[in-house]
Design a protein around this ligand. Structure first.
Ligand SMILES: [Zn+2]
Length: 493
């Protein structure tokens, strides 16, 4: 007998990493760095860079660095977009396309990937004026210009905090608890960090671009000071002894020290020729008035919503409910508040009200991904598999790496005996959650019913190893023995 070692479970991310590596290897060549004008080993083409950027983007927006999707404020977005466009046009790679987005999370951060640049609600709410914003965006665009990475660039802190919190309250099935804590899958990509040198180069480019546009570079210094202040406030808002806190503290300690960076920026400013105009182009009062709504909303998020999400994660339903009631009465325009309340009600198996709240979130924003996932999960719990499939497909389209959507999508297909459609989603889930207590038995069944006995055999074996004493474990053991002769025979000499 041979090869009983079970299944090779290669995590998605490893596969993705391998794929990227292969692309690299296929495309190694030298290119002129747009910033330094020096020839350097360039691993991927611009086209590939943009392709990876576009694939990463939805997962970064919904899964990475706090998740949350887009913060919707059309007027504010238009205003900031034209500022970003000017910086982009002044940058070394103004030929690239770009989108700009305000990410709806309290985590103070900004990031860019080729083709996309983002600032979080939490960071934007703490900036003082347009010049500071211009520096932050210039820094991000600087990372792209200098081709520091083809995948992810981050200013401030890169975190996995609060990922998809809203979607993780799972109910109505035996599989629920194992799904808690998911949602960070897409975020692991975000953890590529820049070296200290890269950060300094990006700082320098940020200063250069903002100066070109007539902003006083001393606001690069205040932007850094503000980031530090905002980060400390955010840390405080997390309270003591949360997992997030220690994670965040660790990030703070490993991030290049603000004081050092400010010193370096001061040095850069001293080396720059004096600004042509003496006017401080900060546009402060306009910036402040345009961001008023966002700052007010941000307070409600930090005060109630973020705490509600953490309470729900700890299964403290009453507290979550109470906090969300306060959030909604303070601000009736946030799709996320209604959606999270939907998850609270779903947890309590109050399906009628849960549905009302999920629908309410979609009325405010028809592409609010957690709301779609919520309706998918709700319909799954009610055995309405046609509906659950419809919602979960929309949800997975918006956020392809959302593992909860993939799980329920796969399970919905499984319940309707569409084993072929179920397999890719459940297999994706199993790669991320290989120790899940029933997924391998279900996959074994799917494979057996689609006549892939080798895969069925492997998954039954895994199921027996992980949870032999459950119903599904015993059923898997029996199927394992039944198909064993069929599978092992052809392998013998
Ligand atoms: Zn950076």
């Amino acid at each position: 007998m041979k090869n009983k070692q079970g299944i090779k479970r290669i995590c998605w991310l490893w596969r993705l990493g391998l794929l990227i590596l292969l692309i690299f290897l296929a495309a190694i060549r030298c290119a002129t760095n747009p910033v330094t004008q020096q020839s350097q080993l360039m691993l991927i083409s611009e086209e590939q860079e943009l392709k990876i950027g576009n694939e990463t983007y939805p997962n970064a927006l919904w899964g990475g660095e706090g998740g949350g999707g887009e913060y919707k404020d059309e007027q504010l977005k238009q205003y900031l977009h034209q500022v970003v466009k000017k910086i982009h046009d002044a940058s070394h790679r103004s030929n690239l396309p770009f989108t700009f987005v305000i990410q709806n999370t309290s985590v103070p951060n900004a990031w860019a990937i080729p083709g996309h640049v983002a600032i979080t609600r939490g960071l934007l709410a703490g900036l003082d004026n347009e010049a500071e914003f211009a520096f932050v965006m210039g820094h991000e665009i600087g990372h792209i210009s200098a081709r520091h990475s083809a995948s992810q660039m981050s200013w401030g802190m890169v975190t996995q905090l609060g990922l998809g919190l809203a979607g993780l309250a799972v109910t109505g099935t035996d599989y629920g608890p194992a799904l808690l804590g998911l949602g960070s899958v897409g975020a692991s990509l975000m953890l590529l960090k820049y070296s200290r040198d890269d950060e300094l180069v990006a700082d320098r480019l940020g200063v250069e671009y903002m100066t070109k546009l007539g902003y006083n570079p001393r606001y690069a210094v205040t932007a850094h000071q503000n980031l530090q202040r905002i980060s400390n406030e955010y840390l405080k808002s997390l309270g003591q002894q949360t997992q997030e806190r220690s994670f965040f503290e660790e990030l703070l300690s490993t991030h290049p020290r603000t004081a050092i960076r400010i010193e370096e920026i001061q040095e850069m400013i001293n080396q720059q020729p004096p600004a042509p105009s003496q006017v401080d182009r900060t546009n402060k009062s306009y910036f402040q008035s345009m961001t008023t709504n966002l700052r007010n909303a941000n307070k409600v998020y930090v005060e109630y919503y973020d705490k509600a999400a953490r309470a729900l994660q700890k299964k403290n339903v009453a507290e979550a409910n109470n906090l969300l009631g306060k959030a909604i009465s303070a601000d009736r325009n946030q799709a996320s508040f209604y959606s999270l309340e939907g998850f609270v009600l779903l947890q309590a198996k109050n399906y009628a009200d849960a549905e009302r709240y999920f629908q309410g979130s979609l009325t405010l924003d028809k592409n609010y991904q957690p709301g779609l996932r919520g309706l998918g999960m709700l319909n799954y719990a009610k055995n309405n598999y046609g509906e659950s499939i419809r919602y979960l497909q929309q949800s997975a389209k918006l956020f392809p790496q959302d593992i909860a959507s993939r799980y329920y999508l796969g399970m919905s297909h499984y319940q309707t005996k569409d084993y072929k459609s179920a397999i890719p989603h459940l297999a994706a889930f199993a790669e991320v959650q290989p120790k899940h207590t029933s997924i391998h038995g279900i996959l074994g069944d799917c494979y057996e019913k689609t006549n892939n006995l080798t895969s069925a055999y492997q998954h039954y074996a895994a199921q027996v190893q992980i949870a032999p004493n459950s119903d599904i474990g015993r059923a898997s053991a029996s199927r394992f023995s039944a198909i064993k002769p069929l599978v092992e025979k052809p392998q013998k000499k």
